[in-house]
Ligand binder design. Structure first.
Ligand code: COS
Length: 392
């Protein structure tokens, strides 16, 4: 599919620098060589892609936003987009296993002290360590302020108790950023963030969850039973956890959205190719206007979604608050990904519904983009609030 960068319009340039183009090509070649050959087997068995993650880390495609001061590449949100689209074009299960790591350690970059950053970030550059963002609970999904996990101060420690649900990479993470209530009477203003090592006494990975799509990303349930966490592991002040979580999501949502663009692009490419090869009534189905229009709409949606992602990334990289634009990108890219993959299955007809053809998996994978990191409905809620009742 033609890439946006091949065209420029008056005043706005969509050109990539040589470095950016090289980065995108590196990620694309990696997806083609290391991800695509494994995606079906890993999907079938819900395999954690440890070998692929190790190779991605070695090539510098993982934990790319860690600042230089802690040994990282310090890539911007935009560069993250170039990598994320290609990895998810390869397989969004594997791409999400890589990208979700940014969500896990994002709060340390955003809210950590100098000492906390020096403690937690360099190892992510040295090894392919995973981290998880432990926010969601069995009874607190969209409603973050409803978190029930508690953190009670005891001497120089906090003692954590509670359960977390749908935690990406939890079964393989070295540490978690955990959001817990230090004062239930204060609702969202009583939430506090902590770094909790996975090997701390009382941390239990309860079970690996069996998902519909993106099956090669581990999603697990987690619990904390009298887990002692030193005060030094608290991120920010007591009560700042909710805002730390929201700021992290403002940064990561466009990065997730571009993954949806990658999946939609893969589905489009398969469907466009198939429509030229599949002959019915004596002519390739691509010649039928009904299919033709589907192809045109799929391509238009993908281009528009990519633009929204790039806009959000540009704002973040230029130090602007991008809550609205992040939600525009996440909501639109997730929804068009579902539409495009569904249309791709339609173009393949009966074959599209079969597991031996690639679009069936893409349609299953697409659904999760409308759910995780804030459902499409939550994104609409954020958009409406930002437009109607903007915060400073
Ligand atoms: N950045 C900084 N601060 C923010 C913020 C943001 N993006 N969004 C909200 N806040 C602040 C508000 O300004 C408000 O501050 P005060 O306490 O000073 O008044 C506070 O946070 C509470 O905000 P709000 O009233 O909007 O909170 P709600 O409980 O209504 O919830 C939503 C807001 C629904 C947007 C939030 O809970 C959410 O994003 N839910 C989805 C969670 C999610 O994505 N889960 C997936 C987990 S990761 S896979």
């Amino acid at each position: 599919m033609a890439m946006l960068e091949e065209r420029t319009t008056g005043g706005v340039s969509f050109g990539l620098t040589d470095d950016q183009r090289a980065l995108r090509d590196l990620a694309h070649e990696f997806a083609e060589r290391e991800i695509r050959p494994r995606e079906r087997e890993y999907d079938e068995h819900s395999t954690h892609p440890a070998d692929v993650l190790a190779k991605a880390h070695e090539l510098g495609l993982m934990n790319v936003h860690v600042p230089q001061a802690y040994g990282g590449l310090d890539l911007g949100a935009f560069e993250g987009m170039l990598i994320g689209e290609e990895l998810c074009w390869g397989c969004s299960g594997i791409g999400t296993a890589i990208a979700a790591n940014g969500l896990g350690h994002g709060p340390v970059i955003i809210a950590g002290t100098e000492e906390q950053k020096r403690t937690w970030l360099p190892r992510l550059v040295e090894e392919a360590l995973l981290t998880s963002f432990a926010l969601t609970e069995p009874n607190a999904g969209s409603d973050v302020s409803g978190i029930q996990t508690t953190a009670v101060r005891n001497g120089n420690d906090y003692v954590l108790n509670g359960s977390k649900m749908f935690i990406t990479n939890a079964g393989h993470a070295a540490w978690f950023t955990v959001f817990a209530s230090t004062d239930k009477s204060k609702g969202h203003r009583g939430l506090t963030a902590f770094v909790v090592p996975a090997d701390a006494d009382g941390v239990v990975v309860d079970r690996h969850l069996d998902k519909m799509g993106q099956r090669s990303t581990d999603t697990s349930a987690l619990s904390f039973q009298e887990v002692r966490v030193p005060m030094a592991n608290r991120l920010g002040e007591e009560g700042e956890g909710f805002k730390i979580a929201m700021k992290t999501l403002d940064f990561t949502r466009p990065g997730t959205a571009i993954g949806a663009v990658g999946v939609a692009r893969a589905a489009f490419e398969y469907a466009a190719q198939y429509s030229k090869e599949r002959v019915q009534f004596g002519t390739p189905i691509a010649m039928n206007q009904g299919v033709n229009f589907l192809i045109a709409d799929m391509a238009t949606k993908i281009e528009a979604a990519r633009l929204l992602c790039w806009q959000a990334a540009w704002m973040i990289d230029n130090g602007m608050r991008a809550t609205l634009q992040s939600s525009y990108a996440k909501r639109f890219a997730a929804d068009i990904c579902m539409e495009v993959t569904t249309d791709a299955v339609q173009i393949f007809g009966g074959y599209g519904y079969m597991k031996e053809f690639p679009v069936e998996k893409l349609m299953r994978d697409a659904k999760l983009f409308q759910i995780y990191e804030g459902t499409s409905q939550i994104q609409r809620l954020v958009i409406a609030r930002e437009l109607l009742m903007p915060r400073d």
